[in-house]
Design a protein around this ligand. Sequence first.
Ligand SMILES: [Zn+2]
Length: 186
Amino acid sequence: MIDENKIMEGVRLLLEGIGEDPSREGLLETPQRIARMYEEIFAGMTQSAGEPLAKTFHAKQTDMVLEKDIMFYSTCEHHLLPFYGKAHVAYIPNGKVAGLSKLARTVEIFARRPQLQEQMTAQIADAVMEYLNPLGAMVMIEAEHMCMTMRGIKKPGSKTMTYAARGVFREQDGLQNRFFQMVKDK
Ligand SMILES: [Zn+2]
């Protein structure tokens, strides 16, 4: 559970640390605001991917299911700055499919935690494998990291791409190529 008081205390210390006065008017309510915001942007800390993916339907179909262009906002665990972009999630059903909105919901649960893009990509693929038990899963994430554009190497617009392939996607290059083609097609 999220501890609002700890967050507020931490934000006050952080402000003092940069030489600010946390008691000046503009900053008075900042610790409280950040605590409430963190409850929202880190809500995934108390949620499991099992929630959206638990309800499945029987399907004979064994063709690729792809949910693409799932917008997400996450927080880099190294700098606590946002990274955001699109996730594309595919799987080859093995008798079970989930509602399409459930894949987007799964992305959101993992995004709303302190994250690394590579780790989030793998976690989504592993959750799809675990809960839908498909023949294979593939996840691609393209994201812009504020810790690279606001500071450091400062390359606005540069994107980081990550992939995770599981099951048949790992064994068959042809399937991966089809995935990339479908993601690219408008
Ligand atoms: Zn970072």
